[in-house]
Ligand binder design. Sequence first.
Ligand SMILES: Nc1ncnc2c1ncn2[C@@H]1O[C@H](COP(=O)(O)OP(=O)(O)OP(=O)(O)O)[C@@H](O)[C@H]1O
Length: 271
Amino acid sequence: MSHSSSGNSTSVNSTSGRAKPTGPAAVKATGVHVTRGRKKILRGIDFAIEPGRITGLLGPSGSGKTTLMRAVVGVQRLRAGAIEVLGRPAGTPSLRHVVGYVTQAPSVYPDLSVEANVRYFGAMHDAKASDAAEAIAAVGLEKLARQKTASLSGGEFSRVSLACALVSHPQLLVLDEPTVGLDPVLRAELWDRFAAMAATGTTLIVSSHVMEEASHCSSLLLLRDGLLLAQLSPTELSERGRSHDLEKAFLHIIQESESANRNASESQVAS
Ligand SMILES: Nc1ncnc2c1ncn2[C@@H]1O[C@H](COP(=O)(O)OP(=O)(O)OP(=O)(O)O)[C@@H](O)[C@H]1O
């Protein structure tokens, strides 16, 4: 990793016209089950992600987003199933140089400056000083490059972590709630940055529990209680959930799936 370490959609997508890949997938999950302690956290997840797109991983708190991301970057043991990343099994050592992972808790050295942190992580991937400068600029921290990381605000601190992942130009970037604690202007800038990266071929998986962020993604994985409710585009979400408000649309899909489950268990009891 470069830093710190088949749903049921139809087929149109806001930018590519597709929610699911038609060619080789950047990430493919098949029958993924994860148990932590005695708890079943992921309960049979299947999906495929198209390269060079932003895929949003959305779901309520505790639905399993972080666990799924950990599985994709290869730091989470699976009880069953498999995940393939860029054509190799998740966690394969050679993926460390091409997969970036930014955890929710920023993992940088507080006693080093912004620049020293980014150069340090860059050095692991033979990145040049110019790559570090570019990554720092990408997250809007140029003016703070010489400042000790410990003295930054929460939002600035988390952007250092992102710069440390960007410095190696990963092919797949996995970001766990990267916009938490950022003001609306910075959030919009970051989404623009992600879109620019996707346009140059980077695959991004971005988790969020803020549904309005879904509109920035090409494809959405909707998680609830360890199950994948749907893989679809924002347009499809809005159509299927019968609302332009994506939060309401997601709630509608949850209610729909709960009532389908209830009907299925009632007809089982009846038979
Ligand atoms: N080490 C663990 N042992 C037991 N249960 C765990 C462990 N880690 C996470 N869990 C449980 O797994 C479930 C999914 O957690 P996860 O962090 O993947 O959810 P999430 O969707 O990322 O949540 P959030 O949006 O709040 O970050 C939660 O119910 C959590 O309590």
